[in-house]
Design a protein around this ligand. Structure first.
Ligand code: NI
Length: 165
């Protein structure tokens, strides 16, 4: 199974490459990512977290919202956003740490699915939150970058974050 990468691993800070080939290899990759996300009890997973610098993420919030199914978002791009809401976040790559993060409440997203079909769709609630967290991963950004420097220093002092987070 794919190996999870943790904070401090340089791949989590790298920018990612867009996907250009929508082939069987990509579909298999998406399937493996969904399997890994479920195995880790996560609601979202981005490709860099399993060591691949490409613009692929998966989300499954069916445990929170019952009409949802596992979904893949390839080459996602936030077109616009509105509102602001504070929600507590965690990350499979930063075990034990949970902190409040403020982000836009509603986003409009352009993305491609694993079949190569392009969509433009609006998301709110949990979906908007998880998508923004995972899209940050595709740009080398971690949620602990968005918390206050004081809280972050506290986490470093408590050894919950590495010195070079
Ligand atoms: Ni994460």
């Amino acid at each position: 199974m794919l190996k999870l990468r943790f904070i401090g691993d340089p791949i989590l800070r790298r920018d990612t490459e867009p996907v250009r080939e929508f082939d069987k290899q990509l579909k298999d990759f998406v399937k493996n990512m969904i399997k890994k996300m479920h195995h880790e009890d996560g609601i979202g997973l981005a490709a860099p977290q399993i060591g691949h610098s490409k613009k692929v993420l998966v989300v499954d919030i069916s445990g929170i919202e019952e009409d949802e199914v596992p979904r893949a978002f390839i080459n996602p791009e936030i077109i616009s956003s509105e509102g602001e809401v504070v929600i507590e976040e965690g990350c499979l790559s930063i075990p034990e740490v949970r902190e409040d993060v403020s982000r836009p409440e509603i986003i409009r997203l352009k993305y491609t699915n694993e079949e190569g079909q392009v969509f433009e769709e609006e998301f709110d609630g949990w979906m908007a939150r998880v998508l923004q967290h995972e899209i940050d991963h595709l740009n080398g950004i971690l949620f602990v970058d968005l918390i206050s420097p004081i809280k972050r220093q506290l986490l470093i002092n408590q050894k919950m974050l590495p010195e070079k987070y």
